[in-house]
Design a binder for this molecule. Structure first.
Ligand code: T68
Length: 856
């Protein structure tokens, strides 16, 4: 059923502003017209009687018990750990709300320019521990729950990860929110409230990845505030009728409601508590009463089911056009409503709002803002385009051609008829540029073919004020490959780089509390200071020659290995030996990330050990190799790599001759929380993408911050890490980016048989084929990616990879020197704090100012 409504009502709040009053005694008061009367400089007055933070243990236990009895409706004499977690979380949430309210009020009053981070993914992980840290209430809550007979560590374990993301891009968004709040920047996140996050990964007895749903909201989510009063209508399908004036009226189709859920984002050591707004889709009408009355029950609920489905799942490595539009339309409507509340003219919009596009997923916001400005605000094309191109900023996260988003024109036309018209109008503008036909074809927003496709990266680029990549090399590649023509047309100054960063709060203090303590005690600087000025870590350099300090440093690493071993024992039942070098590769499974190179290297090591005499083996390093990561469910080759790892692990871990020297584990269901256990335990980690393919990588930073060294290719942020920590502390191997194209050309036109080119690798592949690790036939399609074509250059890099691992072994044998390398690495990681990165965005891109909440 469709209806025609005035397009001007789209994006308007569904519920008229209610009549609000001030609680007696709680200023601000309202005047006769309902306008708030702010007491000038008398903040304390209106705060009188307002709820403050629970700072003391008795307040905390009282609030905990209160939540047990009221919010949870349970009795204090039979509470389990899940209940204790929920009560603790609700009590912490009350505290977050105090700061959140003050922050939002401060922004409303000061109307600073705000930035909006639009990301389809926010990989938040757990919240409770982070909220306690940022509020500065960790000790008090530890004591409080202990007094009530619970243990904070056990309570923390009860929280499920909020896993609303696939990998690096989603986790980066979460780090940036933490840093924005910590740096007192007015930044809001906008995303989707998926009912099911990234799938849960199970491993079958054969070693296959199986996927199960992740019903993370099952036990309710104490961290979200449903804002049922904040909702917008979003339209799909229908027709767009153009008038003579270039404006259009878009009617009919399906209308869906977007409902807001707010998640509070506390800054570390500041009152600033920002907001992450996640949208849930809901049918505009419950069900179609006519169909219902006619006995067509399925038909009656069909459209309401399709509306609810929009935000039901996070698709692995993919999103849908409907998700993208639903989210961008709701977010823009909300941003515009907030701007309009300031009473400023629409032409000033870019002075008050910067919108950051996290990859191309939110690019429909560009034609959507054009639609609103043209059809609703009735601006001219030029005025509208001027506003749009001063509002948006686009960050690219990949140059892999196959990963660049494109939507078929017929699909866009069907789902978003008005937006396709606007996209074609932008094409017209583009055609005004002088230049040859080839170039115009390359630059077009529309790729020719059957069907034609809309190139989202081109749209994001021309609709934005600035474009950036996420590490130096990657930003250069953006300029010289995928957006080369645009650089020539628009000038190089539009294109920049912001090297990624990670939050030191989660990725050092929370995940590695012992190291954090050791750093604080050694530097004699308050943790509150160095966690915010991460370059202070450099002070550790002067202690590298201090033997006692080195022993303490090594003891922390050892203890983290034991924590990991305990986790593996209790969850999987395997006994991991902790007197070994821990070598870790954790990331999404993808051919370009080359987990295959790693597992083939492990097999090579195993075969080498098998060929040694017992006496020779005794001299070898003991090594534990760990993998974790999910493969997209439809990515056959990536799943086969997991299967190979699992089956090689079975053979290796069971071999009495070698198992003392080599153990191998695939840890299922990789998550933020699992990374928090794995990273601090690692001696060496692998970042071994084919040169030029990994935009940045962020786990490389996390490992180094925690004193782990890297073995890697000259790619992404590995390069800048080496620049900081010194090349002697990084184990580089492999061909460089400029060689890749030529090597691929050779593979295609002058292939050299693998036996000749890389005998060591050929031997490994033959052993797999011959069934040494289970039925060899199963792995043929995977092995053939290396034997034929070898797009990711394993045959070119294998020998130098093995050589670099030999250097790792050699370096590890001198344990004292290794620990020095580890200390030097941590000490020089200051640059990679996400605080530095977010300040770069704020200063060089968004033109945003820090807006601290006044202290009371
Ligand atoms: C990652 N990208 C980059 N994409 O691979 C990584 N893509 O090098 C970089 O460090 C990180 O972004 C942060 O900049 C992704 O994680 C996705 O997850 C993704 C999801 C859906 C569709 C496309």
């Amino acid at each position: 059923m469709t209806s025609t409504i005035d397009p001007k009502t789209i994006g308007k709040p569904q519920h008229p502003r209610r009549h609000v009053r001030t609680l007696t005694g709680y200023l601000p008061e309202t005047d006769a017209s309902g306008k708030e009367k702010w007491p000038k400089g008398e903040e304390k007055v209106w705060k009188a009687g307002m709820r403050g933070l629970d700072k003391d243990v008795p307040d905390i236990t009282k609030s905990f018990v209160n939540h047990v009895q009221t919010s949870l409706a349970r009795q204090p004499y039979n509470l389990d750990e899940l209940g204790a977690y929920q009560a603790a979380a609700l009590s912490v949430r009350d505290n977050l709300l105090v700061n959140w309210n003050e922050t939002q009020l401060n922004y409303t009053r000061k109307t600073p320019k705000r930035a909006y981070y639009l990301s389809l993914e926010f990989l938040m992980g757990r919240t409770l521990d982070n909220a306690l840290l940022n509020l500065g209430l960790k000790d008090q809550y530890n004591d409080g729950v202990q007094q009530l007979g619970f243990n904070m560590e056990d309570i923390l374990e009860k929280e499920r990860d909020a896993a609303l993301g696939n990998g690096g891009l989603g986790r980066l968004a979460a780090c940036y929110l933490d840093s924005s709040a910590s740096q007192e920047l007015p930044v809001w996140g906008y995303g989707l409230r998926y009912q099911y996050g990234i799938f849960q990964q199970l491993i079958s007895p054969e070693g296959n990845q199986l996927e199960a749903p992740d019903p993370w909201l099952e036990h309710q989510n104490p961290w979200e505030l449903p804002r049922l009063d904040v909702s917008y209508e979003v339209r799909f399908y229908g027709h767009s009728e153009r008038g003579n004036d270039g404006r259009a009226v878009w009617t009919g189709g399906q209308e869906v409601l977007a409902i807001a859920y707010d998640v509070m984002i506390p800054g570390y050591g500041t009152k600033t508590t920002n907001n992450l707004r996640l949208w849930e889709s809901k049918p505009k009408r419950g069900f179609d009463l006519n169909s219902f009355n006619a006995g067509n029950y399925e038909g009656a609920v069909e459209s309401s089911n399709s509306a609810a489905a929009i935000t039901s799942v996070l698709y692995p490595n993919d999103h849908t056009l409907k998700q993208q539009y639903f989210w961008t339309a709701a977010s823009l409507a909300d941003i515009l409503r907030r701007f309009k509340n300031t009473g400023k003219p629409i032409t000033e919009f870019p002075d008050y709002a910067a919108i950051q596009l996290n990859d191309t997923h939110p690019t429909l916001a560009i034609p959507e803002l054009m639609r609103i400005l043209l059809d609703e605000e009735e601006l001219s094309w030029n005025q509208a385009w001027q506003i749009v191109t001063n509002t948006f900023f686009y960050t690219n996260h990949t140059v892999l051609p196959e990963a660049l988003e494109k939507w078929p024109v017929p699909l866009v036309e069907h789902v978003l008829p008005r937006h396709l018209q606007i996209i074609y109008d932008i094409v017209t503008v583009e055609k005004k540029f002088p230049g040859d036909r080839d170039r115009l074809g390359r630059m077009s927003l529309i790729e020719e073919g059957f069907p034609k496709q809309v190139r989202m990266a081109h749209l994001a680029c021309i609709g934005s004020r600035k474009v950036n990549g996420v590490a130096e090399l990657h930003s250069d590649l953006v300029k010289t490959t995928i957006l080369k023509d645009f650089v020539e047309f628009e000038g190089v100054s539009k294109f920049g780089n912001v090297t990624n960063g990670v939050t030191p709060r989660r990725w050092l203090d929370q995940c590695n509390p012992q190291l954090s303590d050791l750093i604080t005690k050694t530097l004699k600087i308050d943790k509150g200071v160095w966690l915010k000025d991460f370059t202070k870590l450099e002070g550790l350099l002067q202690f590298t020659e201090d033997k006692e300090f080195r022993e303490k440093w090594a003891a922390v690493k050892q203890s983290n290995k034991e924590r990991l071993a305990k986790y593996v024992q209790s969850t999987l039942g395997f006994t991991v030996r902790t007197d070994a070098m821990f070598d870790v590769q954790i990331k999404r499974l993808h051919e370009y990330k080359r987990q295959t190179l790693n597992i083939l290297g492990v097999i090579h090591r195993y075969l080498t050990l098998k060929n040694m005499s017992a006496a020779e083996r005794k001299k070898a390093n003991r090594k534990v190799v760990i993998f974790a990561g999910k493969a997209a469910p439809a990515y056959y080759i990536a799943k086969l790599t997991i299967r190979l790892i699992v089956n090689v692990a079975r053979i290796i871990n069971d071999d009495p001759e070698t198992k003392e020297y080599l153990q191998l584990y695939f840890l299922p269901d990789y998550s933020v929380s699992l990374a928090e256990i794995l990273i601090p335990a690692s001696d060496i980690s692998q970042h071994i993408s084919t040169a030029g393919t990994e935009a940045s990588g962020t786990s490389n930073m996390k490992f180094c911050i925690n004193g782990g060294l890297l073995v890697g290719t000259v790619d992404g942020a590995n390069i800048e890490i080496a620049e900081e920590v010194g090349e002697s502390n990084v184990f580089f191997f492999g061909h460089l980016t400029p060689a890749v194209e030529d090597l691929r050309y050779q593979h295609t036109y002058h292939p050299i048989p693998i036996e000749q080119k890389c005998p060591a690798l050929a031997h490994v592949l033959n052993e797999v084929s011959a069934g040494r690790f289970g039925d060899g036939h199963v792995y043929e399609p995977l092995l053939n990616t290396v034997r034929q074509g070898d797009y990711y250059l394993l045959t070119d890099d294998f020998d130098s990879y093995i050589a670099s691992l030999a250097m790792v072994d050699e370096a590890y044998l001198d344990r004292d020197e290794w620990i020095k390398k580890s200390i030097r690495t941590t000490a020089k990681m200051g640059k990679f704090s996400s605080d530095r990165a977010i300040l770069e965005y704020a200063e060089s891109y968004w033109n945003l100012e820090q807006t601290p909440v006044p202290s009371s």
